[in-house]
Design a protein around this ligand. Structure first.
Ligand SMILES: Cc1ncc(COP(=O)(O)O)c(C=O)c1O
Length: 394
């Protein structure tokens, strides 16, 4: 399936706005559905990456349920998406746990201690809850033990093999009532990385997979990205399911909305300095408040529609946001064929995953609206107001 080109006309967008293109979203969802149809895997949308619930009716047409990380996400998943809600959290709060059970179909624990602590609640719950344990396969993820690496040596995420075996020696019935094992190890990786990792994971945990009903491969795979080997993934999970007689669960987040949306901003001012070979354009967004990951990890590439890299075109700019923070800027030079002017629209590509869910109202900056682009026109889903700012401050 070829990805359709973006049909967005930024001149029709009132800025600032996160704009989701329905056709592009459906393209991604179609790929994920194909994987589900051809393998029988359960595909969940990870709400942590993108949770614009007014569009869940579209997502629901393709995916089986939601993967959630908190009681709030669990409620949203159940209310707006449906009953298949799989929750994982590093630790659950005792006072919230019964609510978690009401909203979830699957609950994944981060340690044997947590499972032990909440076993009674699960067993006395009014409905059947499928229980899983997160494992930490301690593999090299390629993330160099940085913030995106769940397998870093000091990671708190998941049970390691030595801990797993120690627990089973102490209590041979420790896995009684556990239906599934879960791992999440990647950040935006291809199938080759998953294949390599799976070989190691099978060596370390394979003997336990046969005792399970399901194995959750987490997210972090660029399944819907151009060039991803979707056929290879289908074969991999089919073989895995057959080998261990389990059902595989996948919980992509970014892959759902990858390339399906933009953040559209306007130029408010242009500053020219003698000591640098570029101009500085100040926008009506904030990088700190609206595109936080690009400040956290400056190596992530934030693309701008129509812009080239340094030296590609004649007119060079750096971009800054509208807050007082010195670091509210992108440390990259973008070049354009034509000079920018005040009022011009700037379209940040691929700006939906892990942006909208992480925004703040730092400095009271205007939160970008949420807009759906469909059939050649914008439909505003949400506008943020002073009342939204005020209600968060007290
Ligand atoms: C447990 C878990 N599942 C799924 C995901 C979704 O990952 P991605 O958005 O990279 O596909 C994450 C992301 O951090 C995660 O922590």
């Amino acid at each position: 399936m070829r990805r359709p080109a973006s049909a967005l006309d930024p001149s029709k967008i009132e800025t600032p706005a996160f704009v989701i293109e329905e056709r592009l979203l459906r393209h991604n969802l179609g790929i994920l559905r194909r994987v589900a149809d051809e393998t029988g895997v359960t595909v969940l949308h990870a709400l942590k990456a993108w949770a614009t619930w007014p569009l869940f009716p579209v997502v629901k047409e393709y995916l089986d349920g939601t993967e959630v990380s908190s009681l709030n996400e669990a409620r949203l998943g159940r209310e707006k998406f449906g009953p298949e809600v799989h929750m994982y959290a590093p630790a659950y709060k005792p006072e919230e746990f019964d609510e978690v059970l009401k909203n979830c179909s699957h609950v994944i624990f981060n340690s044997f201690g947590q499972w032990e602590h909440f076993k009674k609640n699960v067993r006395t719950a009014k409905k059947n809850i499928s229980v899983g344990l997160r494992i930490n396969p301690e593999i090299e993820t390629g993330e160099k033990h940085g913030v995106w690496d769940p397998c870093a040596p000091d990671s708190r995420l998941g049970v390691r093999r030595n801990e797993f075996e120690r627990e089973l020696t102490r209590n041979p019935r420790a896995l009684d009532g556990v239906d599934g094992l879960h791992f999440h190890i990647f950040f935006e990786r291809g199938l080759g990385d998953l294949k390599k990792a799976l070989t190691k994971i099978e060596k370390r945990f394979g003997r336990y997979f046969r005792r399970m009903k399901w194995v959750n491969f987490g997210g972090g795979q660029k399944i819907t990205d151009d060039g991803y080997d979707v056929g290879g993934l289908i074969k991999l999970v089919k073989d895995f399911q057959k080998k261990y007689d389990v059902r595989v669960h996948l919980e992509p987040g970014a892959a759902t909305c990858w390339h399906a949306g933009t953040l559209v901003a306007s130029v408010l001012d242009i500053i020219e300095r003698k000591d640098v070979p570029y101009k500085v354009a100040i926008l009506d967004i904030s990088f700190e408040a609206h595109l936080a990951d690009f400040i956290l990890s400056p190596e992530l590439e934030l693309k701008i529609r129509g812009a080239g890299k340094k030296n590609r075109y004649e007119h060079a700019y750096k971009f800054g946001g509208g807050t007082c923070l010195a670091g509210d800027k992108i440390d990259r030079v973008y070049t354009f064929k034509k000079p920018l002017s005040v009022g011009d629209k700037v379209v940040f590509e691929d700006a939906i995953q892990y942006t909208l869910v992480k925004t703040t109202m730092f400095n009271g900056v205007q939160h970008p609206s949420i807009v759906l682009w469909k059939n050649g026109k914008p439909k505003t889903l949400r506008i943020f107001s002073y009342a939204d700012f005020k209600s968060r401050m007290g």
